[in-house]
Design a protein around this ligand. Structure first.
Ligand SMILES: Nc1ncnc2c1ncn2[C@@H]1O[C@H](COP(=O)(O)OP(=O)(O)OP(=O)(O)O)[C@@H](O)[C@H]1O
Ligand SMILES: [Mg+2]
Length: 389
């Protein structure tokens, strides 16, 4: 059992590229921390610095209360599970799992016992005598985890271990990895670019972007109180609706694409200094609903663009005359992205949003509808800095 503490952890590659900028992040005893962010943001680099596979350019790394910057990978008592886990095809599952112990010349009985323990935790008992070629993708991934488990490390590091699995299996294995981690109670740093994986697996989620930690908190906090526009856009699927809005001078409403939404600015003390100014407002798809007349004060008139019927709900994509703000790198690749430069009017896309509503409605493209906004859930962001207000 151990903790991991990164203080101002920095990586500059020999070619001068600075990819991790003074990361402060800690993992408590037994905690499952997921490091998530878009491709290229520095996740693997961070993990490799913790593992001792990549030199730390600056900052301090502690395991327990020991500074380990200069310890070799072997001496850090860490086990890693990668995306590309190569199992030895000619060895049985038991031999694959026990391989690290065999290398260390541990006694046979001890190896057998450790392998049996790992197999028990992973539900691999029946497979121990099989060769990797006879296993399913999920079973192979379990064997790879087994190899990490038998080493009885004080820290687990996992780099996208599920990304080679098909979608269904990935969902099953998420739960499996979480269960195993909880059972073993070993501090774990898990890297993924998949925000759903991050939200479902982590005790805490650390969101990284372009080498900087954006926010680290429990999944619910990251979802409902994102620290800035990047986190707001990156976490959640479909992404949060974010538009430019104007806060009224008198503090009783804001305007969104020329439409007036009643809102008491005093309900958020930090918003007072934005009276008469432009801000970004964000609201999740589930915070919109079909309006009844009583909703007039918080109603948005929009035009239906596309409806996705998902059985349990409808995703209603709509447009209206407001400037949408999309943060580059934070939304799904197939979404239209406008590069945002905070502080400039660049980054304003078309006013396209999405509502998640009950399936008992029938809409057609081009239909004009009114959506009621749950004003208690609205988030405000400073357009100049991107920070939550
Ligand atoms: N050995 C290296 N030398 C120079 N630059 C590197 C090296 N390894 C990685 N980089 C760069 O560092 C940045 C971060 O890479 P890293 O692999 O840490 O990203 P990542 O967040 O793990 O991305 P992905 O989700 O695609 O795995 C990238 O711009 C990458 O090109
Ligand atoms: Mg990576």
């Amino acid at each position: 059992m151990a903790t991991v503490t990164m203080e101002k952890l920095t990586k500059v590659y020999p070619n001068g590229q600075k990819v991790v900028h003074g990361l402060d992040l800690s993992i408590r005893e037994g905690e499952f921390v997921v490091l998530v962010g878009p491709s290229g943001c520095g996740k693997t680099t961070t993990l490799r610095m913790v593992a001792g596979l990549e030199e730390i350019s600056d900052g301090t790394l502690m395991i327990g209360d020991r500074v380990v910057n200069d310890l070799t990978a072997r001496d850090r008592d860490i086990a890693m599970v990668f995306q590309n886990y190569a199992l030895y095809p000619h060895m049985t599952v038991a031999q694959n799992i026990g391989f690290a112990l065999t290398l260390r010349k541990k006694p046979k009985e001890e190896i057998a016992k450790s392998v049996a323990n790992a197999a028990e935790v992973l539900g691999l008992f029946e497979q121990l005598e099989k060769k990797p070629g006879q296993l399913s993708g999920g079973q192979r991934q379990r064997v790879a985890m087994g190899r990490a488990i038998v080493r009885d490390p004080s820290v687990f590091l996992m780099d996208e271990p599920l990304s080679n699995l098909d979608a269904n299996l990935r969902v099953k294995m998420r739960a499996e990895v979480s269960r195993v981690q909880r059972q073993l109670g070993v501090a774990t740093l898990y890297v993924t670019h998949d925000q759903v994986e991050a939200m479902t697996m982590g005790d805490r989620v650390a969101v990284m972007h372009a080498g900087d930690l954006q926010q680290c908190a429990d999944p619910q906090t990251v979802y409902s109180k994102p620290a800035n526009l990047f986190v707001a856009s990156f976490i959640g699927s479909p992404s949060m609706n974010i538009f430019e809005a104007g806060v009224a001078e008198d503090g009783t409403y804001f305007t969104l694409g020329g439409q007036r939404i009643e809102f008491d600015v005093n309900s958020n003390p930090n918003l007072a200094r934005f009276r008469g100014k432009k801000v970004a407002v964000g609201f999740r798809p589930e915070h919109l609903n079909i309006a009844s007349t009583s909703d007039a004060a918080n109603c948005l008139k929009v035009e239906v663009d596309l409806v996705e019927a998902l059985g349990s709900e409808l995703l209603v994509y709509f447009r209206f005359n407001a400037k949408a703000i999309k943060v580059a790198g934070a939304v799904a690749e197939d979404e239209e992205v406008v590069d945002i430069e905070f502080g400039s009017s660049k980054g304003a896309g078309q006013g396209v949003g999405v509502a998640r509503i009950a399936p008992n409605y029938n809409f057609h493209q081009g239909e004009k509808i009114e959506l009621a906004l749950n004003t208690q859930k609205i988030l405000f962001f400073d357009i100049a800095t991107g920070d939550a207000i």
